[in-house]
Ligand binder design. Structure first.
Ligand code: ATP
Length: 248
């Protein structure tokens, strides 16, 4: 089932067309990587999906509904969730408190106060389970400020997953992380998402990670779709090689 579709999505900043009539779609359960050179329009495209920016033209259809000018929080409530490049973790809280706050905020968004109260114990159990899935449960009671950057990125993903997204958007999930840890983060993500029907869209500059973890790759250049296909097809495309991979 198509979870998100864009039609002729366009964003202009004055004279500059940062996203130029982009048609895109992603199915439930799919893991899609977005690649492109600096300034290709990847971040702007994602900001149009999440509602951070308003499109100049075109539309975003999510779970069968046109989003129009729906604000960020409304899109998140519908299941269009973005995890941020800089982890949005509260340093003063423990890992468990961080994830639990994400679980509770999901319930607050969708339910009455009564069900939130009912949820107090369940939310703890769910948070512990999520921390286990992402390999952080042993440190559940330590403050987030004490864990390494890579683990904070995992925690951030764990909190995004607690929102039960239909589509999770990740902006360079492994940036600033040592190479060994990059694979750990991606493996955990992959394992988790294999068990759900959430779709994942991730911006990534590391072509090795794209080749290994994306099921499909959407390459952009100068605001436009360049190629959309399997990692093999896209990474071997001559324009992608020249424009994105820096090969002659
Ligand atoms: N708020 C803005 N105002 C004006 N121009 C902008 C704005 N945001 C982005 N741009 C321009 O739009 C184009 C696309 O930028 P964008 O950040 O979306 O590219 P990107 O593919 O995410 O690049 P990178 O890989 O470097 O993050 C660039 O030319 C950028 O300078």
């Amino acid at each position: 089932m198509t979870v998100l579709e864009t039609r002729e999505l366009t964003k202009k900043f004055g004279e500059l067309t940062a996203v130029d009539h982009v048609d895109f779609e992603i199915e439930s359960g799919e893991i899609v990587g977005i690649i492109g050179p600096n300034g290709a329009g990847k971040t702007t495209f994602v900001n149009l999906l999440t509602g951070v920016l308003e499109a100049t033209d075109g539309e975003v259809v999510f779970a069968g509904e046109t989003l129009g000018d729906a604000p960020v929080h409304d899109r998140a409530k519908r299941g269009l969730v973005r995890s941020f490049q800089i982890p949005q973790v509260c340093n003063d809280l423990t890992l468990l408190e961080n994830v639990r706050s994400a679980v509770l905020s999901r319930e607050r968004r969708s339910n009455s106060l009564f069900s939130v109260l009912l949820w107090e114990d369940d939310s703890r159990a769910e948070a512990v389970e999520l921390l286990e899935t992402f390999g952080l449960a042993e440190r559940r009671n330590v403050k987030a400020e004490t864990i390494p950057h890579g683990d904070k990125k995992i925690l951030d993903v764990c909190m995004s997953v607690a929102m039960r997204p239909k589509l999770l958007i990740l902006d360079e999930p492994t940036s600033g992380v040592a190479t060994d840890n990059k694979h750990e983060i991606m493996n955990r993500l992959q394992e988790y998402f294999e068990t759900t029907d959430s779709a994942v869209l991730f911006i990534e500059h590391d072509m090795e990670l794209i080749a290994q973890y994306a099921e499909r790759v959407f390459a952009m250049d100068q605001g436009r779709k360049l190629v959309d296909g399997t990692p093999e097809e896209v990474l071997e495309d001559s324009t992608v090689k020249r424009r994105i991979r820096g090969e002659e």
